[in-house]
Design a protein around this ligand. Structure first.
Ligand SMILES: [Zn+2]
Length: 743
């Protein structure tokens, strides 16, 4: 190999190597920032040969007492230790304890006082005066009926074992418990509880994180027993459930799972209508109508009924119960599964809930199934609540109610978005079961990404998130901003929506639309979802899979977008215009024919627009020694003739925001046409602060714009154009407006 040609190349590019600030290694591998691969999790991002996961099956009998708003249950857990480790104790989650007076206040939500305080805020401050929130644990016993020792630390309970639970063995034990159900309105970030309707003296119960549940034990965390502090949600194991729910006789129960005893809890009419709904693919069938629900509101039965549900391979179980429910259902056909989409709502949700809820479920089921894998469960339920949305397997509680039967266009769009989002959580994290307590962004970010895609595809007239949406957040105070790779409970209440939902969404949109490309990206996203369904993925598994399945080095992207608070701000510093002529032509004559800047031939100072015309640049014959043996491959003369008279544009771009990103360059020509050139992020590999690139154009350029389609969340679009677009000063604006108003 000969290096004869090398000095020539180096000279040509050497200028762009000169950085004015220290090199930051923005394209270096992120290997030292993520967990190393091992036999459980491979370097390609897939579960490894030795991947293992615990399992917990539950049999639960539960009674809802409407008179006292309490719930009490007996549950039997069969816990399978599939880990290679012997366990001498088990950790059980007791989320209801977060509301208890004796529980640690993790100090997240109460700040100083302002001028006044509302009674509701006072309630948050005093943590429910005289309300005995939290679990009463009545017993814990093994399969022989022997009491087991336990210790409670806030929202976690440690169950001590007489003998270690050996690797590969299982253990069956039972817990008896009860707790008073909370009034949703009285607790901040309440995902469940009851809502009382004084007008008809009825209650809607939304029952979730209601039974003591096994904590996750895995290869990454050991026991995931970090306390529940409200923001960081849940980490849960998969298993099968058989749940018997006893409620007042005139209640309707909407629940995770399949109903096993419809003949003992539903009327003949209801069962006939449900049967019809199973083949109604175009519109919902009313199972319980408004007038039937209103009649039901008045019965106030004192007798009870038991609903029996069975759910397979779910990581949680939730239900709703009320005599107020209106109920509609329709079938949704997916490639490999037919699902019953069903909505339950009080009359206060009419008319929009009847119009939109089940339709939104159908839209979400179809788009998410296409983007990942088919929804695998038999039912998918949306239950109306007063506010916020919350997800559980096969069922979600979704906020959004009209006022006096009316709802603004925005509120309706918000409600539909909430339903799509919460239904979407069936994929992330209910099946692709990431650790929400640690990484809120892993389920919220990925879910919001497909949720926004569903909105964009199925409700095109609604606003949906695009890279432009994240600009206000990315331009925010760096002292407040945290990277996406921040643990759930360390984020601020006012920021988590943007940081854990929107920013990952925008990041994935950039990868899909502008960095990897739709076809490759969609296949990679699908690969991740399928690799990790019914498993516990970590951030590294996602990062690695997206590279593994696309042959795209994305370490620079993950490093910048997920691990820093840098933003995108590209400045188009200047553009130089040249016209190129063969040296053999009479270049002096050409110079006279076109307007030429002082200095000429590349030496002119940068001008602020194109009005001075081009500089002329000479195109010389390549010296023989530069080609060596390859000279015969090139027709020098043809190249020169082809390029003679063409325009050369040398553009200089500065990276002011710090994030390295691809750069889209838009050329608007003097004849009104335009063209786009796309530069990959790798242009910043050699110089992270400023790059210069030269383009050959046949037409003359009028304007050059960077990122004209807002693909990369550039926080300042005012420095993206050449010639600079003059922004009106405040004073000029004042003068003009004053002038206008005088007319
Ligand atoms: Zn969510």
């Amino acid at each position: 190999m000969t290096y004869k040609i090398l000095p020539f190349c180096l000279l040509f590019f050497v200028q762009s190597y000169t950085q004015t600030q220290p090199w930051q290694g923005k394209f270096e591998p992120i290997d030292n920032m993520i967990a190393p691969p091992n036999s459980y999790r491979t370097a390609s991002g897939a579960p490894g040969k030795a991947y293992w996961q615990q399992r917990a099956d539950y049999k639960i009998q539960v009674v809802l007492d409407e008179r006292t708003n309490t719930i009490s249950g007996n549950e039997t857990i069969t816990y399978y230790n599939n880990s290679p480790d012997d366990l001498s104790y088990l950790w059980i989650q007791l989320e209801q304890n977060v509301n208890g007076k004796g529980n640690d206040d993790f100090g997240q939500f109460n700040n100083g006082l302002k001028d006044g305080i509302t009674a509701r805020q006072m309630q948050f401050l005093t943590r429910a005066i005289d309300f005995p929130a939290g679990y009463s644990i009545k017993y814990i016993k093994d399969s022989n009926g022997q009491a087991m020792k336990s210790m409670v630390n806030n929202t976690m309970m440690k169950v001590l074992l007489d003998a270690p639970l050996k690797s590969g063995e299982s253990l069956t034990f039972s817990i008896g418990w009860s707790y008073p159900i909370t009034d949703r309105s009285m607790f901040l970030l309440s995902r469940e509880g009851y809502e009382y309707f004084p007008d008809d003296d009825n209650t809607v119960y939304l029952i979730a994180h209601w039974f003591p549940r096994m904590a996750v034990y895995n290869d990454t965390e050991g026991w995931q027993n970090q306390q529940f502090q409200r923001l960081g949600e849940f980490a849960l194991e998969f298993g099968d459930y058989e749940v018997e729910i006893t409620v007042p006789e005139d209640h309707l129960v909407a629940s995770t799972g399949s109903l096993l005893n419809p003949e003992s809890v539903l009327s003949n009419t209801q069962r006939e209508r449900l049967e019809r709904a199973r083949t109604s693919f175009d519109s919902p069938v009313m199972i319980v109508t408004r007038s039937e629900a209103e009649a039901n509101e008045k019965t106030k039965s004192k007798r009870q009924k038991t609903w029996v549900f069975k759910a397979e391979n779910v990581r949680d179980f939730a239900f709703a119960s009320s005599r107020k429910f209106i109920w509609d259902a329709q079938a949704v056909a997916l490639a490999s599964n037919t699902v019953m989409a069903m909505s339950f709502y009080p009359k206060e949700g009419l008319p929009v809930w009847q119009e939109e809820s089940t339709k939104a479920i159908k839209n979400a089921l179809e788009v998410y199934s296409e983007a990942t894998f088919d929804y695998p469960y038999p039912v998918c339920i949306s239950v109306n609540t007063s506010n916020i949305g919350m997800e559980f397997p096969m069922i979600s509680f979704n906020g959004g109610r009209p006022k006096n039967g009316k709802m603004s266009k925005n509120a309706r769009a918000g409600m539909i978005g909430t339903i799509i989002h919460e239904v979407g959580h069936n994929w992330f994290p209910m099946i692709v079961s990431s650790d929400e307590r640690k990484w809120m962004w892993m389920d919220e970010g990925l879910n919001t990404f497909i949720h926004q895609r569903t909105v964009a595809e199925r409700y095109p007239d609604f606003n949906s998130t695009t890279p432009k949406s994240i600009v206000p957040f990315m331009s925010g105070d760096k002292n407040i901003l945290r990277p996406i790779m921040t643990t759930s409970d360390s984020e601020i209440l006012t920021q988590f929506g943007a940081n854990f939902y929107q920013k990952p969404t925008v990041g994935l949109q950039m990868l899909r639309h502008s960095i990897i490309g739709k076809e490759l990206f969609d296949a990679a996203f699908k690969e991740y979802a399928n690799r990790w369904k019914y498993k516990h993925p970590n951030p590294a598994d996602l990062f690695r899979t997206l590279e593994d399945a696309t042959a795209t080095d994305l370490d620079w992207f993950f490093r910048g977008w997920f691990f820093t608070t840098d933003h995108v701000d590209m400045e188009l510093s200047h553009v130089k215009w040249f016209k190129v002529y063969e040296a053999e032509q009479n270049i002096e004559q050409k110079k006279q024919n076109i307007q030429v800047k002082a200095g000429g031939e590349g030496k002119a100072p940068a001008s602020k627009d194109f009005s001075n015309g081009p500089e002329v640049i000479r195109m010389n014959a390549t010296p023989d020694n530069a080609y060596g043996g390859f000279l015969s491959r090139l027709d020098e003369e043809a190249v020169r003739q082809n390029l003679s008279g063409k325009n050369l544009y040398e553009i200089t771009i500065k990276n002011l925001g710090g994030l390295v990103m691809p750069v889209t360059v838009e050329w608007i020509y003097t004849d009104g046409t335009s063209e786009i050139d796309r530069l990959p992020a790798e242009i910043w590999r050699k110089n992270e602060y400023v790059v210069t690139r030269t383009f050959v154009k046949t037409k003359e350029v009028k304007t050059v714009n960077l990122d004209p389609n807002f693909e990369f969340a550039d926080t300042n679009m005012e420095n993206n154009s050449f010639p600079k677009t003059q922004k009106e000063s405040d004073f000029e604006k004042f003068k003009r407006e004053a002038g206008d108003s005088n007319k």
